[in-house]
Design a protein around this ligand. Structure first.
Ligand code: SAM
Length: 294
């Protein structure tokens, strides 16, 4: 970077992984094969990109910073299976960049039985929307996401019910994936050093689990709304979530149907219970909508 006259830009989360054993560990943990399209968000200087390009069939790497985008292409000129995009990976908080989606679609169509895998040392400010939004893609959900993220975020993703970290993100990811923390990393393995600890996390998508969710968008909205006021009792939360659509009587009937009465909070419920609750509300709302049409 010094040779190229480039300095790290903190607003882009530019903390480069300088421990090459750990860069290798990320690439190895992703279990890449020739059948895989590896997506990397945050090319940086391309050190991880080069490793994953040796293992994956295709690599799509996205970098927001034009200087780094150029530098990485020069560093990795010997590879012919890498697509370098100079883009913001996100269009906004709720959507991926459509150019990125088109590029993934194209690469997937070129490999028979292609699988998409996210492998990245993510910029921390976009890690949550990126991981969450990739799981909303019906067309090609990643089979795994092996990423470096802030340690606190990794703890929220793997959190168990009843703990302070358990919330909408834990529910969204655990309902369709099996997440596991691979390694905790101290700030000193990065340059410049971030203020927080980091973790490598491996999130494997579980197709059987995912197929049990009939309406992913409904489930996503439901779990997010449950945790907006996490200290409120579950019944009160549901009354406000459905205030224009369902009566208090409707809500009590659903809660009684799965024995959820009394002073219980959403954070105390196990993933399958929340899933069942969501499903009952979804079916009830659908029935009401159909009745209203008749
Ligand atoms: N892969 C490199 C490594 O392992 O050292 C760099 C990782 S660094 C934590 C994150 C990279 O993501 C930076 O190069 C940064 O410029 C880039 N970045 C930040 N926000 C981005 C965004 N919205 N879309 C794409 N790249 C982004």
């Amino acid at each position: 970077m010094e040779e190229a006259g480039i300095r790290p830009v903190s607003k882009f989360g530019q903390n480069f992984l300088i421990d090459l054993n750990l860069v290798n560990m990320i690439a190895d943990s992703a279990n890449l094969t020739e059948q895989d399209v590896a997506l990397e968000v945050g090319t940086g200087t391309g050190s991880l990109t080069g490793l994953i390009a040796q293992k994956a069939g295709r690599v799509i790497t996205v970098e927001i910073d034009q200087n780094l985008w150029q530098l990485a292409q020069e560093e990795l000129a010997g590879f012919n299976n890498i697509t370098f995009l100079q883009q913001d990976a996100l269009r906004n908080k709720n959507n991926l960049n459509p150019i990125l989606i088109d590029t993934i679609r194209q690469a997937m169509s070129e490999i028979e039985g292609a699988r998409l895998k996210l492998v990245a040392n993510l910029p921390y400010n976009i890690a949550t929307p990126l991981i969450s939004n990739l799981l909303t893609l019906d067309e090609f959900v990643p089979t795994s996401m092996t990423v470096t993220i802030q340690k606190e975020l990794a703890e929220r993703i793997v959190a168990r019910p009843g703990t302070k970290d358990f919330g909408a993100l834990s529910l969204w990811i655990q309902a369709q994936c099996n997440p596991e923390i691979v390694r905790i990393m101290s700030p000193k393995v990065f340059w410049p050093r971030p203020k927080v600890d980091s973790a490598i996390i491996n999130i494997e998508t579980d197709t059987a689990k995912r197929n049990r969710i009939p309406d992913l968008a409904y489930y996503h909205r439901f779990v997010r709304s449950l945790f907006i006021h996490r200290r409120k009792l579950l019944r009160g939360v549901l009354v406000s979530v459905f205030k224009n659509e369902l009566s208090k009587q409707d809500i009590d009937t659903v809660l009684e149907g799965i024995n959820l009465t009394g002073s219980i909070r959403a954070e105390q419920l196990a993933v399958p219970v929340i899933f069942e609750l969501c499903e009952r509300f979804r079916v009830l709302q659908k029935t009401k909508e159909e009745e209203a049409k008749v």
